[in-house]
Design a protein around this ligand. Structure first.
Ligand code: ZN
Length: 216
């Protein structure tokens, strides 16, 4: 939703409702964890009123544990916190689940997959940043493919049902390779909203299938 037109937010939400997209991905930025500031609760509440699909909220904020109940109140179904922003990640994951939401961990491009080993079983989603977080429309980091395969192996070896979400630089070229590398969920912002026909762009992304079984 970061790439949506906020002067016509209702139209863009209806477009997503009518599209083949599965979720609304909502990037919350605080100007501290990332340089940019995006939006807060009133906007998310407005999205919730019109959205007919789950809200997948990605918190790029410091001390996200302070706001878990607030994000539940505005309708988050998936709530992802950054590994790099949580001193007590295990506790935060369980606090999210106690509110009845699915718990996600987001990781920056420099954060190794191996650091997720002790929490992967308790996690519903890993949101892997494939660009440096903070702004829309950034260049895709190629190492993401290898990292995605590594994460897929970790998930399979642990018996976790965790989904792999790729956030940043998803387009017609990167999507097939990401699905082949084991991704389940692909986040597309600029690529969809910046296209001439967003509905058709979403449909063409959804028609791509990797070699592995995939939900995207
Ligand atoms: Zn995101």
């Amino acid at each position: 939703m970061l790439s949506a037109d906020f002067a016509n937010l209702g139209n863009d939400i209806e477009m997503i409702n009518a599209s083949k997209a599965d979720w609304f991905h909502i990037d919350v930025m605080d100007g501290v964890f990332v340089p940019n500031i995006s939006f807060g609760f009133p906007i998310i509440k407005s999205i919730q009123k019109l959205a007919k699909k789950p809200l997948d909220v990605h918190l790029m904020i410091v001390q996200p544990e302070r706001y878990i109940k607030d994000f539940k109140a505005v309708g988050a179904e998936y709530l992802s916190v950054h590994y790099e922003a949580c001193t007590h990640l295990h506790r935060t994951i369980f606090a999210i689940k106690e509110e009845g939401m699915k718990a996600g961990i987001a990781i920056n491009p420099h954060t190794p997959i191996s650091l997720l080993k002790d929490v992967i079983k308790d996690t519903d989603l890993v949101c892997m940043m494939s660009v440096n977080p903070g702004f829309g429309g950034q260049k895709f980091i190629e190492q993401t493919y290898e990292k995605c395969r590594e994460l897929r192996t970790l998930i399979e070896n642990s018996g976790s049902k965790c989904l792999i979400e790729i956030d940043g630089g998803v387009n017609q070229n990167t999507a097939p390779l990401l699905l082949e590398a084991g991704a389940d969920v692909l986040v597309a912002g600029n690529y969809v909203f910046g296209s001439e026909n967003p509905l058709a762009t979403i449909e063409s992304l959804k028609n791509i299938h990797g070699n592995t079984t995939s939900k995207a």
